[in-house]
Design a protein around this ligand. Sequence first.
Ligand SMILES: Nc1nc2c(c(=O)[nH]1)N[C@H]1C(S)=C(S)[C@@H](COP(=O)(O)OP(=O)(O)OC[C@H]3O[C@@H](n4cnc5c(=O)[nH]c(N)nc54)[C@H](O)[C@@H]3O)O[C@H]1N2
Ligand SMILES: Nc1nc2c(c(=O)[nH]1)N[C@H]1C(S)=C(S)[C@@H](COP(=O)(O)OP(=O)(O)OC[C@H]3O[C@@H](n4cnc5c(=O)[nH]c(N)nc54)[C@H](O)[C@@H]3O)O[C@H]1N2
Ligand code: SF4
Ligand SMILES: [Mo]
Length: 726
Amino acid sequence: MLFGRKQKNPIKIPDKGVVEWKYTTCGYCSTGCSIEVGLNDRGEAVTSRGVGGAHVNQGKLCLKGIFEHELFRSAGRGRVPLIRERRHEAFQETDWDTALDRVAGEIQRIQAKHGRDAFAIVSTGQIMTEEFYTLGKLARGVIGTNNYDGNTTLCMSSAVSGYKRSFGSDGPPGCYDDFEHTECLLAIGSNLPEQHPIIYWRLRQALEKRRFPVIVVDPRVTMFAQMADIHLPISPGTDVVLLNALAHVILDEGLEDRAYMEAHTSDIEAFEAEVAKWDPDTAAPVCGIDADTIRNVARTYARAGAAMTIWTMGINQSTHGSDGVVGINNLNLITGNIGKPGGTSLSITGQANAMGTREWSSCSGLPGYRQLENEEHRKEIAAFWGIDPEFFPKKRGLFQTDIFPAIETGQIKGLWIIATNPMTSMTNTARIRRILEKLDFLVVQDAYEDVETNEYSHVYLPAAVWAEKQGCFTNTERRVNLVRNVQPPYADSKPDFWIFNQMAKRFENGRKIRFPETTEGAFEEMKQLSKGRMLDYSGMSYEKIERNRGLQWPCREDDEVGAPRLYTDGKFQHPDGRAKLIPLPWTDNNERPDDEYPFWLNSGRVVEHFHTRTRTGKIGNLNKFSPTPYMEMNPDAARRLGVEHGKYARLVSRRGDAVVLVQLTQRVPPDMVFVPFHFHECVNRVSLGLLDPHSRQPAFKQCAVRVEAIEDQTAAAVRNRAARSY
Ligand SMILES: Nc1nc2c(c(=O)[nH]1)N[C@H]1C(S)=C(S)[C@@H](COP(=O)(O)OP(=O)(O)OC[C@H]3O[C@@H](n4cnc5c(=O)[nH]c(N)nc54)[C@H](O)[C@@H]3O)O[C@H]1N2
Ligand SMILES: Nc1nc2c(c(=O)[nH]1)N[C@H]1C(S)=C(S)[C@@H](COP(=O)(O)OP(=O)(O)OC[C@H]3O[C@@H](n4cnc5c(=O)[nH]c(N)nc54)[C@H](O)[C@@H]3O)O[C@H]1N2
Ligand code: SF4
Ligand SMILES: [Mo]
């Protein structure tokens, strides 16, 4: 008898008829994979592949990258600008001049009547760096509103805030190559295999050559936790307590790098005094990790020659987000693990260009990590742009999470939303709906006209997406990658860059300030503005970035390539050149489970979807894996409530309710449910979103819910009650 392959059809890879491959960079997550898109003889994008020689991904792509060419012509793309007098009326199609005139007119009307800051702008981490720089020029130098921020407040602002507090500046100090050198990896609140599959692959590659301990801190048994040597299933929102206890053991047992601390840090005494309070026996009942495990992890970390910490949203999205980041920095400072190969505090960033907005968008300051609070910085940028420095505010305005409440109170009357979908991604969406309905004027600029937030707009501006345009993204390791133009913009959609330039022409300052016609022209301005600073782009050009498959900053004028690490000399950006050790007292301030709402609600992502699914929801090969809102629930907890696998159940919180399909799994503990946030009218109908006091980032991952079984599983019975809110 014959077995196996010989009897089956041989695997055939269909010939897609590719006649040309075009180089570009993936537009989903912040890993920064180099990708080539194959075009057929009609110029249509028919396939994607990883670029072999690229430093980041070395030929690999995750499944989102593999199908990325399909998004150019996916359903729901915006074709032409849309306009209407009143929200919820039918939209009329219009031309660009009419749409842009209406927007400019409304901005001017609102600002004349209610003051400049009554018009707000909320942007993203998903457009190109040159677009961010241009939007910043428009928002700060032309329109002149201080209520200008981005969705990065939902994502990276705790990391930014923590880096600034510890090191005096934002900027992740490490790189992916650190996996090749480290002797211990601590990963906190990050599900790397699903959310950054190619960074994870880099880690696996390092582990194949050399064993080193991997410690994962996550309340769920994620895929990452399953491969770890030690998994710490922490109690939600208590990472700061664990970090204090780790520092306690290290100092108590004399395992610290005292010479490094004395040479490069300040405020040692105050820090030591706070840490002294957090012996493992005190910390254990709070953070849910037993005292001996804490001691074991502390010793492993401190005794490693080089040790590094990576983290993502499990840290940032918390009422202690900024403190969590500072706690990680403290741990690495006392063990001398900053700026050395394999020793670092590396925030794994989120969106493809979450870094670009931090560097250049002027959301929280002025271009190139400059600050509004600094008179020199205001003068420098005003002189470069050719405007009066008095036009700038002297301190930053509201964060995104404070802009929405300011609409509620009537302080803000008009809003421009660019490449973000708060109707799905913000907490308590019933409240967001009421807020959007309160606006005198809303303009939505998005690649998809079916994006939920567009239901509330007066004008919709259709944007070109990803490689329909050209510009740079900065990845997690400060690598500036080039998105080369692969396809023309769909229908009459336009690059965001073009839209900002056209808008500028409609304002007085916009006619004074130079707005380069091309993204390369904007890049030249950024090079000039960054020269000699930590964030130095002056040694880069589009051609050199493409040739090197990305360049890390700082890349100074005569540098061949950029620097892989920051702070290698132990000099930090605080005025005294030292890093600060910061004491972190802890208070329990979350909404906790109680008798009425007995479960922790945890939320996050799955590998096949990106955010609010405007893109991945339209791509068959991604959407088929999880087309329906669902939750992970522990089988023991489900049994007690009569909730069954594969059936719908209702989640109820003090804010509202949502219906989800039940997936029973031991991945979550009995007192927690986990819900991917990708679906509209789902987890953010029930989430709370208390804010971190430093970063104003919402605690998306901690609030309390109850779960109700639904007896009648017919569609009418399980449908979301959209009107029901509390
Ligand atoms: N496939 C895919 N990849 C993505 C994205 C996507 O939408 N889809 N989005 C990108 C973006 S913008 C981001 S920000 C990143 C996010 O990347 P990650 O942060 O890795 O993803 P999340 O699933 O949001 O959360 C990570 C983990 O935090 C854990 N967590 C919850 N509460 C706590 C806690 O109190 N302490 C600790 N230590 N952990 C906790 C959760 O259980 C979860 O497993 O992913 C990026 N990559
Ligand atoms: N419950 C819960 N909620 C969360 C999170 C969580 O873990 N749990 N995570 C939070 C995090 S970390 C993040 S980053 C946010 C993300 O939340 P959002 O920013 O709302 O997510 P996206 O769906 O990525 O929205 C981006 C929009 O930009 C559009 N777009 C894409 N490319 C372009 C372009 O080039 N130009 C223009 N103009 N538009 C474009 C897309 O179509 C999409 O509508 O969600 C947050 N919300
Ligand atoms: S890991 Fe991120 S950057 Fe790389 S292919 Fe996947 S989504 Fe794109
Ligand atoms: Mo994010």
